[in-house]
Ligand binder design. Structure first.
Ligand code: ADP
Ligand code: MG
Length: 257
């Protein structure tokens, strides 16, 4: 098994009396897609920001390549990991092409030709080439999400942290995003993605971490973790899990309460 590129050790985050994340141990390894699931308010976004080094933990530490992430200079961090936040608030009237180009910012030593290839590849992978001259604020929510995804791809980092990358995407683009992530892990990237849609996790994640109340209640192989008993308890709603009729993965079916 490859060593973790990113590791949370007893990581916690509190604001005043509120405990948002509590004692989390988690590894993100080269070649895997780790799905992070759990109900609203479980602490998933807070954890992902700490894994990215955007937010310093109140307790414990995050290690990147074995070194405390807080010790990296911003540029060294930006070439190692990319973060797709849950919501990107970008009001300025940038063109799509320029937004994706922002992902190239950390690659100071790259030539303009390198940058152009990266940006074109990222736009193709996000299926946004036809939108390149459009102004970002005029795009639909799903189109904006794909532009933000392409910006993260253009950063070309070995670690990708994505907070609900597929939340506003149609079925085809949800599958497209996950297929792109699989291509990247095939080349050794490590991916951790908060996935709102349990079936997206079921179909595409190698491992799943289930968060609830700031803690990881279970982490392991997708088919072992996505169980009716665990999901029904964590989501406080009856959920059935059956074998997928067409694919080699579980199928998660929320029932009526
Ligand atoms: P998730 O991404 O799993 O939905 P978040 O990490 O965004 O959850 O938030 C975890 C919990 O922390 C939520 O219940 C949220 O309301 C709470 N929270 C976020 N910011 C603050 C804050 N400044 N003070 C108190 N609670 C907060
Ligand atoms: Mg969130």
């Amino acid at each position: 098994m490859s060593p973790p590129l990113l590791e949370a050790r007893r990581v916690g985050y509190r604001i005043g009396d509120a405990v948002l994340v509590d004692g989390v141990d988690l590894e993100v390894r080269s070649g895997e897609i780790l799905g992070i699931v759990g109900p609203n308010g479980a602490g998933k976004s807070t954890l992902v920001r700490m894994l990215a080094g955007e937010t310093a933990p109140s307790e414990g530490q995050v290690l990147l390549d074995g070194e405390p992430i807080g010790g990296y200079r911003p540029h060294d961090l930006a070439v190692r990991r990319a973060l797709l936040p849950q919501s990107t608030v970008l009001q300025f009237a940038f063109r799509v092409l320029d937004v994706v180009m922002m992902g190239r910012y950390p690659h100071r030593e790259a030539t303009p030709a390198d940058d152009a290839i990266s940006v074109e590849t990222a736009m193709e992978r996000g299926d946004i080439g036809h939108l390149r001259e459009r102004l970002y604020p005029t795009l639909s929510g799903g189109e904006q999400a794909r532009v933000s995804f392409a910006r993260v791809l253009a950063q070309e980092t070995p670690i990708l942290l994505l907070d609900e990358p597929s939340a506003s995407l149609d079925v085809r683009h949800q599958e497209l995003v996950m297929a792109v992530l699989r291509t990247l892990t095939g080349s050794g990237a490590a991916v951790a993605a908060v996935l709102h849609d349990l079936n997206l996790a079921a179909r595409h994640a190698d491992r799943v971490a289930v968060m609830s109340g700031g803690r990881i209640v279970e982490v392991g192989l997708t088919a072992e973790v996505l169980r009716s008993d665990l999901l029904s308890e964590v989501y406080r709603h009856p959920v059935a899990v059956v074998p997928h009729p067409h694919l080699d993965c579980p199928l998660v079916l929320p029932l009526r309460s």
